[in-house]
Every structure is written in structure tokens, then in C-alpha cells.
Design a protein around this ligand. Structure first.
Ligand SMILES: *[C@@H]1O[C@H](CO)[C@@H](O)[C@H](O)[C@H]1NC(C)=O
Ligand SMILES: *[C@@H]1O[C@H](CO)[C@@H](O)[C@H](O)[C@H]1NC(C)=O
Ligand SMILES: *[C@@H]1O[C@H](CO)[C@@H](O)[C@H](O)[C@H]1NC(C)=O
Ligand SMILES: *[C@@H]1O[C@H](CO)[C@@H](O)[C@H](O)[C@H]1NC(C)=O
Ligand SMILES: *[C@@H]1O[C@H](CO)[C@@H](O)[C@H](O)[C@H]1NC(C)=O
Ligand SMILES: *[C@@H]1O[C@H](CO)[C@@H](O)[C@H](O)[C@H]1NC(C)=O
Ligand SMILES: *[C@@H]1O[C@H](CO)[C@@H](O)[C@H](O)[C@H]1NC(C)=O
Ligand SMILES: *[C@@H]1O[C@H](CO)[C@@H](O)[C@H](O)[C@H]1NC(C)=O
Ligand SMILES: *[C@@H]1O[C@H](CO)[C@@H](O)[C@H](O)[C@H]1NC(C)=O
Ligand SMILES: *[C@@H]1O[C@H](CO)[C@@H](O)[C@H](O)[C@H]1NC(C)=O
Ligand SMILES: *[C@@H]1O[C@H](CO)[C@@H](O)[C@H](O)[C@H]1NC(C)=O
Ligand SMILES: *[C@@H]1O[C@H](CO)[C@@H](O)[C@H](O)[C@H]1NC(C)=O
Length: 461
């Protein structure tokens, strides 16, 4: 704990020095990349991973023009990674993974795009790619999830069987399994997988000397059996992990004030520990007729705990509650976001991301055709005030709505790709914020993959 805080502090100081030297004059910019090799269909920025030094890896996909496209979109069968170094150089990696063809597709289930292939950033120079294998591709019950490390030069390391795929009601949900790298990614990651309707399981992996994956520990957590629930998993600053679960039960018994309709629990999993902590209650509400609609968590922008935004719905109106809590599970603050900007009714919740120099970026979106319309606001919690982001509100982003905050407080917002080009609009957020403070303004390495967050919910009715 102490060592990692020191590391983070050293990094923070390094960033401040670097970026006070290089801080650019103009707040806005664009970042455009032309692909070296042209392909028949446009690239689509699908997923990204970020590194603590500001390097970003983007996975781009291309629709396969030789396959029919209907509700399933077939892809060009190569893993295309684009590494954007802090100096702006892009290196292109196109790797055939020699995996079964069914991995090279994108399909939608209940409005969520499911991709069998997924990437997660680890320590500088490395990432993990996960995919599936099946002894019989026509039989989902034979599907297994595998993972292996790939480096920034495209070298592949030993692969490992991570576990079974999640199948429910003869549907395959690749995004019901996800990976959350440690706050020090060289320490490994946590894999979380819904195994069936009653349990999800987790496994901790560490990275061996030859970049092989070694399982450290595993465990199970029972899932709520009634109503709705959502969960989110984050790496904690003490090099452990935590799972935050929000659930609600609909009850018609409005006469019983002791019946809780929404509860949020916290499970802590320490590094290399074999058991998760007993669940700790973070929040409960007995307002009548409320349903949980989402939970989105990260490391708080004060750097000393975690923060979640809980979205609940009462009688078709959305409400947001911000929960601040420590690694111990003690809640330091519960803030109803009462004066939050009004969102169109077809947007079902805020995503929260802490900004490196303090404060939060709240975004909400709806999908229209091949783009995503995104609303963005900064939230200053000291003043309990919202301000619009620098871009148009709303702005039209690429299909995946990729937006990233870099450690130097630059915000990158994806644009719709064209032909052989993909690009971002950028803004230096710190220009609209106070200069960085030296104390406790650091936000650790948040979840690497924002896109994975729409997953991890199962709805029962
Ligand atoms: C990308 O290509 C366009 C023309 O197709 C050209 O105008 C532009 O300068 C190129 N950008 C870069 C960064 O190479
Ligand atoms: C989509 O096309 C494939 C053939 O490539 C076919 O097997 C599948 O049934 C089609 N799906 C739908 C929903 O039409
Ligand atoms: C922040 O980093 C990105 C890439 O890592 C770079 O393009 C940008 O110019 C930097 N911004 C500032 C203000 O230094
Ligand atoms: C940018 O950084 C990368 C990685 O450190 C390096 O390989 C590349 O040569 C650099 N490019 C320029 C133009 O400095
Ligand atoms: C669900 O998985 C758990 C743990 O893997 C197992 O103990 C339980 O029997 C399973 N339940 C069902 C209904 O398959
Ligand atoms: C949430 O799930 C837990 C565990 O299954 C259960 O004890 C609790 O009653 C549930 N809360 C609600 C509001 O459904
Ligand atoms: C994990 O715990 C086991 C058992 O306590 C121990 O033998 C092992 O060395 C630990 N591994 C790491 C990487 O800390
Ligand atoms: C719920 O909304 C409906 C229509 O908007 C309204 O008629 C009803 O009174 C509301 N119920 C509660 C409990 O607020
Ligand atoms: C409960 O909320 C739903 C919408 O979420 C609404 O349709 C229904 O009328 C509400 N019931 C009561 C008793 O207010
Ligand atoms: C969502 O609401 C906005 C604003 O009211 C509207 O322009 C847009 O068409 C709606 N989109 C969908 C998918 O319903
Ligand atoms: C939030 O507002 C307070 C009071 O005006 C200010 O001191 C602080 O720097 C602001 N925080 C950010 C991140 O802009
Ligand atoms: C993309 O290609 C099409 C046809 O080849 C061309 O008409 C269009 O202008 C190109 N778009 C851009 C932004 O270069």
C-alpha cells in the first residue's frame, strides 16, 4: 500500500513536470491516422486500452466485405492493434491469431454489441487478448474462454484456458466475462465470469517471467436471485480488486418500511487472497417502486477511495446517487446528484470517469445508426456544479463512442471513421480547470476498458 502510493506519487510528480514543460498553447486539436495498408471497408475503432505513461492501444476492426452482413457482422480475420505513443507516433500491428473463425464476428444481444475477442492493457509493452475455442462451434456448451499476452511488437506468449463461456437460454454472452488489470498491471489481473444464473466466479492471475499467465486464486460469489442487478469490478489502490453489486427487488408491499428495494454491496478481493470479504452494505433505499438501472465505479479523483454512480429509476424518472467509500468498505459520502443536467429520456444513465487533475467527466449516450451521440459534463464535487464539456453537446462520436482521458488531462473523442482513416478530436481539459494540486489529486489507473462496462448485468423479471 505504502509502496504503491509512493510509486503513484512519483509518477504524478513526473507527469506534472513533463506536462508543465510541454503544455501546449492551444486547447483543441485533432489526431488523425491514415492506415498504411488500405482495406476494402473502413476501419472502426472498437476498443482501447490505456497505459499509465499515456500510451493508448486501439483495436480497430474491418467489416469483412466477402461475407453477408445481417444481425451478425463478420470481420476481417486479423487482430489489428494501433499503438499511439505519447509522442504521437502510431505503430500498426496486424496479427493472425490462428483461432477459430467464429471469433471474428460481432453480434448484438439486447442492444449490446458482443465481441468474442477483447483486449486489456497490462504493463507498458504488453496486453492480454482473450478469445474463445470450441470443440464443436455449433454447440455453445463446448465454448471456452482463452487468453494470452501479446506485446507491442506483435509477439504472442503462452495461452491459457480461462474457463467456460457464459450461456443462458441458448445464447452466448461473450461480454459476461471480463478482465480487470491490477492497479500495477505487472501484478496481473482479475477475471470475472458469470458461470450460470446463480453464481459468478473470479480468478486472479499473475504474469510469469516468460509472460505466461499463472492462476493465483479463485472464488465464487452468489448472485441475487430476484429482481434486477448490475455489478462493476475495479482494481483498488492497494493492489486488490473489488466488486460492487447493485440490486433491486420489486415489491408490492409498500406498507412495510423495513423492506429495502435497492441495495448496493461491496466485495473486496485482496491480492492473492482466496476469499472475497463478506459483503459490506454501501447503500440501501426503501423508496417505493424503484429499480436499479446501472452502477459505474472508478477510483475517486481524490485518489483515496472508490466512487460509484448508481442509476435508479422511479416511475420512469432516473435518479443518480454518488457513493464515495474507502477500501475498507466504509462509506464516506452519499450524494444524490440532484441538480444534474437533464438528459433526454432515451439515455439511461451516466458513466463516470475521474479526470487526472481532479473532478469527474460524466457522459451519457444513445446509439443512432453507425454513430453514438454523447452528452458530456464535468462535475466539480466541491461546488456540486456541472459544466458542459468543450465539445458540442451532444457530439457525434464513432459507433463505440470511444473517448479517453489521458494522464496529462487530455480528452480524446473519437470521430466517425472514413475510408482508411480514423481520428480523434482532442482538448486539453486542464485549461478549464484549476492548476493541479500536489496533494491527493491523483487518480490511479482506472479500468482499462470503458467499453466492457456495459456488460455485467443480467436482468430477471
Ligand atoms: C491522410 O491522407 C489525406 C489524404 O487522403 C492527407 O490529406 C493527410 O495529410 C493524411 N494525413 C496524415 C497524418 O498522413
Ligand atoms: C445471417 O447470415 C448467415 C449466413 O452467413 C446465416 O447463417 C444467418 O442465419 C443469418 N442470420 C439472420 C438473422 O438472418
Ligand atoms: C498529452 O498527451 C498526448 C499523447 O499522449 C499528446 O498528443 C498531447 O499533446 C499531450 N497534451 C499536452 C497538453 O501535453
Ligand atoms: C515515438 O516513441 C516511440 C516509442 O518510444 C519510438 O519508437 C518512436 O521512434 C518515437 N517517434 C518519434 C518521431 O520520436
Ligand atoms: C452454478 O455454478 C456454481 C459454481 O460453479 C455451482 O455450484 C452451481 O451448482 C451451479 N448452479 C446451476 C444451477 O448450475
Ligand atoms: C440483493 O441481493 C442480496 C443477495 O442475494 C439479498 O440479500 C438482498 O435482499 C437483495 N436486495 C434487494 C433489494 O433485492
Ligand atoms: C500467493 O499465496 C500463496 C499461498 O499463500 C503463496 O505460496 C504465494 O507465494 C503467493 N504468491 C504471490 C505472488 O504472492
Ligand atoms: C407515475 O407517473 C404517472 C404518469 O407519469 C403518474 O400518473 C403517477 O401518479 C406517478 N406515480 C407516482 C407514485 O409518482
Ligand atoms: C412503478 O414504476 C413504473 C415505471 O417504472 C410505472 O409504470 C408504474 O406505474 C409504477 N407503479 C406505481 C404503483 O407507481
Ligand atoms: C434520443 O433523443 C434525442 C433527443 O430527444 C433524439 O434526437 C434522438 O433521435 C433519440 N434517439 C433515439 C435512438 O431514440
Ligand atoms: C472545483 O471548484 C473549486 C471551488 O471553486 C475549485 O477550487 C476547484 O479547483 C474546482 N475543481 C476542479 C477540478 O476544477
Ligand atoms: C472515401 O472514398 C469515397 C469513394 O472511394 C470517396 O468518394 C470519399 O470522398 C472518400 N472520403 C474521404 C473522407 O476521403
Amino acid at each position: 500500500m505504502i509502496r504503491s502510493s509512493l510509486n503513484l506519487m512519483v509518477l504524478l510528480i513526473a507527469w506534472i513536470i513533463i506536462f508543465s514543460l510541454t503544455s501546449s498553447v492551444s486547447g483543441f486539436g485533432t489526431f488523425i491516422h491514415n492506415e498504411t495498408n488500405s482495406y476494402e471497408t473502413s476501419p472502426i475503432m472498437w476498443q482501447y486500452g490505456k497505459y499509465i505513461d499515456g500510451t493508448v492501444v486501439i483495436r480497430i476492426i474491418n467489416r469483412n466485405p466477402y461475407k453477408p452482413s445481417n444481425s451478425t457482422e463478420w470481420l476481417r480475420p486479423v487482430l489489428s492493434l494501433r499503438i499511439i505513443y505519447p509522442n504521437g507516433t502510431v505503430s500498426e500491428i496486424d496479427k493472425e491469431l490462428e483461432i477459430q473463425e467464429f471469433n471474428w464476428q460481432i453480434f448484438g444481444i439486447f442492444g449490446i454489441s458482443e465481441s468474442p475477442i477483447s483486449i486489456f492493457a497490462l504493463q507498458r509493452g504488453y496486453l492480454i487478448v482473450r478469445y474463445f475455442k470450441a470443440s464443436n462451434p455449433d454447440d455453445f456448451t463446448t465454448y471456452e474462454e482463452w487468453g494470452r499476452i501479446i506485446d507491442w511488437n506483435g509477439n504472442l506468449y503462452d495461452e491459457v484456458n480461462l474457463g467456460r463461456a457464459y450461456i443462458e437460454a441458448v445464447r452466448w454472452y461473450p461480454s459476461e466475462t471480463t478482465i480487470v488489470p491490477n492497479v500495477d498491471p505487472s501484478k496481473g489481473f482479475l477475471r470475472i465470469a458469470a458461470t450460470n444464473v446463480t453464481y459468478f466466479e473470479w480468478q486472479q492471475y499473475m504474469i510469469g517471467d516468460s509472460f505466461n499467465l499463472i492462476k493465483l486464486s479463485d472464488g465464487n460469489i452468489p448472485l441475487p436471485q430476484y429482481g434486477n442487478f448490475f455489478f462493476d469490478t475495479i482494481a483498488t489502490v492497494d493492489e486488490g480488486y473489488c466488486i460492487i453489486m447493485a440490486n433491486s427487488t420489486s415489491s408490492t408491499n409498500s406498507n412495510n418500511p423495513f423492506e429495502f428495494y435497492v441495495t448496493v454491496y461491496y466485495f473486496k478481493i485482496g491480492y492473492n487472497e482466496t476469499q472475497s470479504s463478506a459483503p459490506k452494505l454501501l447503500y440501501q433505499s426503501n423508496l417505493p417502486n424503484i429499480t436499479v438501472f446501472g452502477i459505474d465505479c472508478g477510483i475517486s479523483s481524490s485518489g483515496i477511495g472508490q466512487v460509484c454512480i448508481l442509476t435508479i429509476n422511479q416511475n420512469n424518472t432516473y435518479y443518480y446517487v454518488k457513493l464515495d467509500f474507502l477500501i475498507s468498505g466504509s462509506v464516506t459520502k452519499t450524494t444524490p446528484l440532484t441538480n444534474s443536467p437533464e438528459l433526454p429520456p432515451n439515455i439511461t444513465g451516466w458513466k463516470v470517469e475521474s479526470i487526472p487533475y481532479g473532478g469527474y467527466l460524466l457522459t451519457g449516450y444513445f446509439i443512432s445508426g453507425s454513430s453514438r451521440t454523447v452528452y458530456g459534463y464535468y462535475f466539480n464535487e466541491t461546488e456540486n456544479k456541472y459544466s458542459e464539456w468543450e465539445f458540442d453537446n451532444p457530439s457525434v462520436l464513432n459507433l463505440r463512442g470511444i473517448l479517453l482521458t489521458l494522464p496529462n488531462n487530455t480528452l480524446l473523442v473519437s470521430q466517425i471513421e472514413s475510408n482508411n482513416t480514423w481520428s480523434f478530436n482532442t482538448v486539453d481539459v486542464s485549461r478549464n480547470h484549476q492548476p493541479p494540486k500536489m496533494v491527493a489529486n491523483f487518480t490511479g489507473n482506472k479500468k482499462n476498458d470503458v467499453n466492457a462496462k456495459t456488460a455485467n448485468h443480467i436482468q430477471r423479471s
